[in-house]
Design a protein around this ligand. Sequence first.
Ligand SMILES: Nc1ncnc2c1ncn2[C@@H]1O[C@H](COP(=O)(O)OP(=O)(O)OP(=O)(O)O)[C@@H](O)[C@H]1O
Ligand SMILES: [Mg+2]
Length: 344
Amino acid sequence: MTCSLTPSGVGKTSVAAALALSAAQIGRRAIVITIDPARRLADAIGLRHEIGNEPVLVQQIGDGQMWATMLDVGETFDSLVSRYAKDEEQTTKILQNTFYRNVSRSISGTRDYIAAERLLALHADERFDLVIVDTPPTRSALAFVEAPERLARFLEHRLFKLLISSTLTGMKLITGALQPVVRTAGKLVGTAALDDAIAFLRAFAGIEDGFRQRARQSSILLRGPTTSFVLVASARADTLEEAAFFADGLRQNNIAIELVIANRMPPRFGDTAAEVALSHAQDPDGDLWRNLAQLHAEAEQADSQLAGFMLALPSTSCLRVAERSNDIIDLDGITDLATSLLAP
Ligand SMILES: Nc1ncnc2c1ncn2[C@@H]1O[C@H](COP(=O)(O)OP(=O)(O)OP(=O)(O)O)[C@@H](O)[C@H]1O
Ligand SMILES: [Mg+2]
């Protein structure tokens, strides 16, 4: 599994799709999944409305395949409930519970956890031998990496266990020791919402063990030897700063970055061209030379900023991809990007 990460607009989605295509070109069955709610993946590969939770085959190249899918949080959550509920009745009770519907559809932390769950499912899916994850920008990407561990800890927490067991034993505890807490919570969220939450906890009883085990497995998969992290950045001071913040966050999670892809690098026209350009920069009709000299200066600056950034990641390799003249809006654009990734 490969996760492509970091700041906004640097080309994570495009690079993730190009990595999947490159993998297909060398005969692998790769799937790119976007866990960002934005629809950019579908747009980038020119499939405007056709990607959902169910993987679609985008391209077959010999034995290689490129697939794509977008995370549908609600659908994934529901399938998890059906999987761990003890019977139909429990499944229906949970799926119809208002509190569950709100939690599973609207709380952003849920997305992070469910994304990890979905990766686990894709990782086990025999149709694919490589899963490439296109993450949202930095801060959300970190939340995604940390989510399974957080959920597992929450489900193991004494308070959660107490709530589950007290709802099971006919609310005895709730009417006793927890009553003031419940009263305050009721005031805050409304009694109807609280009733829903309690009904949900009741319906949820017994399921949490399956959820906890899956969360632990996701956490292990993200940190395991079959997962690599690819950091996508562009050589601009602000995005490099955010990339450094992200690299640091990963380090705190004991995760190493395998590869940095420096995307959208200013083009270079060779040092000789730059020298000639500089020597003509003062010519009265030397606009084109001045432009070339300016481009050269930008390329130099990008190089030195990138080199500074890479100093903090001494054992990580860096791959440069030049800024293209056009936006990437279809599979041809992705194919070009894939070619630059594979170029020596
Ligand atoms: N090498 C490149 N040359 C030119 N344009 C590029 C290149 N890579 C990406 N782009 C363009 O940059 C824009 C952002 O790309 P993309 O959506 O892949 O970035 P992102 O990091 O996923 O953004 P977000 O943080 O919003 O998810 C798009 O318009 C895309 O066409
Ligand atoms: Mg994106």
